[in-house]
Design a protein around this ligand. Structure first.
Ligand code: NCD
Length: 266
């Protein structure tokens, strides 16, 4: 049996608590676990572009003493010769101990897991899910509020096509969740967390939106503003210095959380 991480629903609360403890530990000493995965190889297999997810998984593996095979653009692999997902997964499973997969279609990670002899970590499957992003998002919320319950969370942006929203909203059971249409920014509900996302043009979404000084003034002083990145115009750069902007923290937590996740595969 291998433990795949295809959906955030593969994890129970105890698993998430263990990951949070590990992240704390890692943050106290990044080098403490430098030999943890010294005998392991991770395959980064990306069918869609990525900066943060692929680099943080690679960095996490190196920080744990492991090695990485990177296929960051499948156009330079046999996929460009028409190889199907199952054959590619079986192949990479011969050469690695863990496969981090980003794919184009929702459900691909399930298909990969069904044929793989090594664990599959879903790094985003089309419009489906992005469970490791959810874990780092949850950790960022926990770090800022000391809890992930009794909070009001407002999602703004591409709710239909945004996989980060799909995964995160599945685990906010004890929170009040609002979805705010980008045309309705003037009516932003009062929230603890504003989670903004990019309009996914590559998936057919249209339009754009941008936070203005007037919108920001409506937000409570003690709220936080999150974004999985990449951003387009939705959060202007002048907001980056606002203490409520937490997206760079999210990015850093991405490394720690991915180290914590990979440590499960010792
Ligand atoms: C997101 C993704 O790929 O789903 N990026 C990420 O992994 N941090 C968000 C996006 O592409 O808009």
């Amino acid at each position: 049996m291998v433990d795949h991480l295809v959906s955030i629903e593969n994890l129970v609360q105890d698993d998430i608590d263990i990951l949070f403890y590990r992240v704390q530990d890692i943050k106290h000493g990044l080098n403490k676990f430098k030999n943890h995965l010294h005998d392991k190889i991770l395959a980064n297999l990306f069918y869609e572009p990525s900066t943060r997810t692929s680099s943080s998984f690679a960095a996490a593996m190196y920080r744990l003493g492991g090695n990485v095979i990177s296929i960051n653009d499948v156009n330079y692999s046999s996929v460009s010769k028409g190889e199907n997902l199952e054959d590619t997964i079986r192949t990479m499973g011969c050469y690695s101990d863990i496969i981090v997969l980003r794919s184009r279609t929702s459900g691909d990670a399930h298909i990969a897991a069904s044929v793989s002899e090594v664990p599959i970590i879903n790094a985003g499957d089309g419009t489906g899910e992005h469970p490791t992003q959810t874990l780092l998002d949850l950790y960022t919320i926990q770090e800022n509020f000391g809890r992930i319950k009794d909070l009001t969370i407002t999602f703004v942006g591409d709710i239909v096509n945004g996989r980060t929203v799909h995964s995160l909203s599945k685990v906010l059971k004890n929170c009040q969740v609002n979805y705010c249409d980008t045309y309705d920014l003037d009516k932003l509900p009062k929230s603890d967390v504003y989670y903004l996302t990019r309009v996914q043009k590559e998936r057919g979404s249209k339009g754009s939106y941008q936070l203005t000084k007037e919108h920001v003034e409506q937000m409570p002083e003690d709220c936080i503003v999150m974004h999985p990145f990449p951003r387009n115009n939705e959060i202007p750069k002048w907001f980056d210095d606002d203490p409520r902007a937490k997206y760079f923290e999210q990015m850093k937590n991405g490394l720690y959380m991915r180290m914590a996740i990979l440590m499960s595969y010792k």
